[in-house]
Design a protein around this ligand. Structure first.
Ligand code: AMP
Length: 429
């Protein structure tokens, strides 16, 4: 999850209208006003894509519609960035900074190599964890729905980035899910489309089979515990809302008396987490698979002459060497012809610790075509992650299971499925 969030001091009220200024009573609640149909349509259009607004976009909405705290009539501040992670200090001196985990996921990723070993180096496989997570929410409220400490259950399913098919997808392909794709939201609509998950993957609405498989499994789980079908939808993240590294992301949202609530997130996190942990810890977090037949390729490669390369480039030698090794063939060919024509070539590094221009001479490198035989394929798996907020699911379930006897409102009861509540219980005065 992102370490920062955007928030305003009080939630925006869609009930305020553009000329609400005239109605507001300073220091008192905003009186409810009947809105024109056209204004209602305008608000519905904005709300359907509200998660696509960035901080400035939300600030503009607040100003445009003079959005105020509906209980007090007080103005709200513009959204500001803040850290959603709880900072703490470690050890008696307190000099070492620590952060409470905002999700269980990272604890699983750092153990990736060990988990792969437990699975006999075989892909695909998954790890799962249930535990407490902590987030510095600015406005914890609505009972279990927004709290600073909550229970999460997360599955990290590791897949080959070149093949995200799921071996058991055919078992769920027929299941119809209420999907709200991003395109529909951007058109200002919020009615889900019933679609077979098999069709959603085939049409590219859902990015891949493994993601689709887990969306179907989340659906089956929520149905099994007793969530009402008509009060469930799967909403795709909008372009601005999706984490920059995610390939695709859907939230299972459940309707409660507090509106639609995200209860399970399901994202394709690509190779982002494993790559970042590997870079910062300098430990490889990847899969090594033997090719059935050795892979023979003919490639243009660049090798450095360490006796000259190191002493000439000094501290920049390593980053320049890495840059040359990763260059596409066309760029290497250009350097090769510059070296033979001009006796030198310039390499420009940017976005590294050694940014700048460096001169390469023919004695420093050998660029030539080689036949390379590879026996092992090395890759960083991609991760598909269903992430369940247990408190939110439980709260929604309590609302969906609560009943009142018609004509006898005093007698209310919960009707849970036996899977959730296997014992009969009666509470008497
Ligand atoms: P996220 O990593 O933000 O997608 O969160 C994963 C899941 O954790 C969500 O789908 C929610 O069910 C749950 N969750 C997130 N924040 C909170 C919170 N403040 N209080 C309770 N549950 C939360």
């Amino acid at each position: 999850m992102a370490g920062v969030s955007i928030s305003s001091e009080a939630g925006p009220s869609a009930a305020t209208k553009p000329d609400a200024k005239k109605n507001k009573k300073k220091g008192g609640p905003i009186a409810a006003t009947k809105l024109e149909d056209s204004v209602i349509e305008e608000f519905k259009f904005i709300l359907a894509q509200i998660d696509n607004y960035d901080g400035q976009g939300l600030a503009d909405l607040i100003t445009k519609y003079d959005i105020r705290n509906p209980d007090t009539g007080n103005p709200v501040t513009a959204p500001a960035m803040f850290n959603l992670m709880f900072e703490s200090s470690i050890g008696p001196s307190g000099n070492l900074k620590g952060y409470l985990r905002p999700e269980t996921a990272q604890g699983q990723f750092v153990n990736f190599s060990r988990l792969l070993e437990f699975n006999n180096q075989k892909m695909p496989f998954a790890s799962a964890m249930v535990g407490r997570s902590f987030r510095n929410e600015i406005a914890p409220r609505q009972g279990l729905l927004r709290v600073r400490e909550f229970t999460m259950a997360e599955v990290e399913h590791y897949v080959d980035p070149e093949n995200k098919d799921h071996p058991r997808f055919s078992e769920v392909a027929h299941i119809e899910l209420p999907l709200l794709p991003s395109q529909v939201q951007l058109e200002g609509k919020s009615t889900p489309i019933m679609m077979r998950i098999g069709d959603a993957v085939a049409s590219g609405t859902v990015d891949n089979q493994t993601l689709g498989y887990f969306l179907a499994r989340i659906y089956l789980y929520l149905m099994a515990v007793g969530i009402k079908h008509e009060l469930l939808r799967f909403r795709q993240h909008l372009p601005n809302e999706m984490a920059h590294y995610a390939t695709d992301c859907w939230d299972a949202e459940i309707k409660t008396s507090h509106g639609w609530i995200e209860c399970v997130g399901c994202a394709d996190r690509s190779a982002y987490d494993l790559t970042k942990h590997a870079t910062y810890t300098k430990e490889k977090l990847c899969v090594r698979e033997s090719y059935p037949e050795p892979l023979v390729t003919v490639k243009l490669v660049c090798e450095t002459n360490s006796k000259v390369f190191g002493p000439k480039l000094k501290r920049a030698a390593k980053p320049v060497e890495e840059y040359l090794k990763l260059l596409p063939e066309t760029d290497l060919t250009a350097i090769q012809s510059k070296l033979s024509k001009d006796g030198k070539a310039t390499v420009v590094l940017s976005g590294t610790a050694a940014d700048g221009e460096y001169e390469i001479t023919p004695d420093m490198v050998t660029i030539e075509t080689r036949t390379i035989t590879e026996h092992v394929r090395e890759y960083t798996p991609n991760v598909i992650e269903p992430s369940f907020g247990i408190g939110r699911i439980l709260y929604s379930l309590l609302e969906h299971s609560f009943n009142v006897r018609t004509g006898d409102e005093q007698r209310s009861f919960f009707s849970f499925k036996p899977a959730v509540a296997p014992f009969k219980c009666l509470v008497l005065p």
